[in-house]
Design a protein around this ligand. Sequence first.
Ligand SMILES: *[C@@H]1O[C@H](CO)[C@@H](O)[C@H](O)[C@H]1NC(C)=O
Ligand SMILES: [Zn+2]
Length: 335
Amino acid sequence: MNTHLMLVLWAVNLLIGGVAAWGALGHETVGYVQWYQFTVLAFTHFVFSYVAQQFLAPKALSFVQSSLGSQYSESLGPAATWADDVRSEAAYSWSAGFHFVDAEDSPPSSCSVSESRDCGSGQCILTAIANYTTRVVKTSLSATQRQEALKFIDHFLGDIGQPLHVEAEEVGGNDISAKCSGSSTNLHAAWDTGMLTKNVDANHGGTATAYASYLVGQIQTGSFKSLTSSWLSCTSTTEPTKRSDASIESDIRSLVSASEDASAAITPLECPLVWAQEANAFDCSTVFPFTSGADACTGTYYSKAIPVIDLQLAKQGYRLAAWLNVLFDGATNLS
Ligand SMILES: *[C@@H]1O[C@H](CO)[C@@H](O)[C@H](O)[C@H]1NC(C)=O
Ligand SMILES: [Zn+2]
């Protein structure tokens, strides 16, 4: 796991240093947000959280606004990259392992995520989501602690939708060399940002907000509209689940009642596991059928990847809104 982390950080640093043009793009698109860090990863997280912000119910919205405050423009988008910004700081090094689950499967022939096999240490994105979901509504915690919990949730619900954050193979794709429109990169980075940025430049005016608004439109009246109710149920189409009636509501109910017992261990929830399994299934269908060194940002590979990226960002954004709505308003408020 340490190797995984080091390589991820190394890759991120290379990206940040290497693509000034993308940084400028991020700056322009969210110009109203002064704090914005010009990293390419921030771009992805901003998009997904911007989608979520549009679907918040009244109490969830009110908590988000007051907790995040003007520092984050009272919005999930600007707060979404905080968890990546601090993970490389010594004071937060304990959080680095929370950004992924290293699924020990064998893509592209066999894909799966197993709590006991892949998160046996209890230190992965599955347990982190449960932990911070409990903490964000815990009134005995300080405002700062609850804001931190919100920022972690805001970030991890995005990470868990990225197929290579739920995969151990080749260090989550970091060890697979790739190109993006001729520039050297690796497969993980191509999925984090390379293909997305190319698509946003080509088809969405090059701005994060235009792309995020497009995804919101697809959810409200477009091609995703018919899928949204299935996004909120936590039943897997690819792997058996523990409960046939799992849902965001049932997950949150069991979590909040368990957390009243202060000594209760953090048990991973049903929904995050299903989300991880869904993202991981794309490792077999779309991500790992890849020839090392090839250009991911062109041809069939690219054209098959873009719909997956659109889907995962829209879906996880919508789920983040539902998650916070159930926590604060008692129901998803979405239908
Ligand atoms: C839960 O979150 C707190 C606060 O960030 C952290 O100290 C603790 O290690 C977390 N526990 C688990 C099991 O993730
Ligand atoms: Zn992350």
